[in-house]
Design a protein around this ligand. Structure first.
Ligand code: CTP
Length: 130
């Protein structure tokens, strides 16, 4: 069985999130998703997510293309998460291109093109301006 792992915040769930998760799942037989905790998200993006980690996880785990979810607590644990999951492939959007190549020694690292013209940040800006 080919296992795929991916990571993200998935705040204000949108079509770009769905597309990457569906495409990641189609690359194998089992998709594991590491969901950034609120604390990790704050340290990465200097803001709290709109939706809590519990709500974000509740949404992702119900998706047909997702087999397993867990919380990503710290960036430094990524290598351990990949090893523990026994993933064959790490999938990330190409906004991260090259940034995870260090994990090529334990899995195949693949970057998928992002869905154009949508992001959580853009949605927040649009809603703010209304
Ligand atoms: N993603 C994507 N296409 C988009 C937006 C996101 O493929 N239009 C992917 C990212 O590359 C990542 C995953 O979805 O692999 C989770 O991304 P996340 O950072 O949670 O979403 P963004 O919308 O990019 O959030 P932000 O604007 O806060 O950076």
């Amino acid at each position: 069985m080919k296992k795929i792992i991916t990571f993200g915040t998935f705040d204000l769930f949108h079509i770009g999130h769905l597309q990457i998760l569906k495409r990641a799942r189609a690359m194998g037989d089992y998709l594991i998703v590491g969901i950034s905790t609120d604390k990790l998200n704050f340290s990465k993006k200097q803001r709290n997510p709109i939706c809590s980690e519990q709500n974000r996880m509740d949404i992702i785990k119900e998706l047909k293309c997702v087999d397993e979810v867990f919380y990503e607590d710290a960036l430094e644990l990524k290598r351990q998460y990949i090893i523990d999951s026994k993933a064959d492939v790490l999938v990330m959007g190409d906004d991260w291109a090259g940034k995870f190549d260090e994990f090529n020694d334990i899995c195949s690292v693949q970057y998928l093109s992002r869905t154009p013209s949508i992001s959580t940040t853009a949605l927040i800006e649009i809603v703010k301006d209304i």
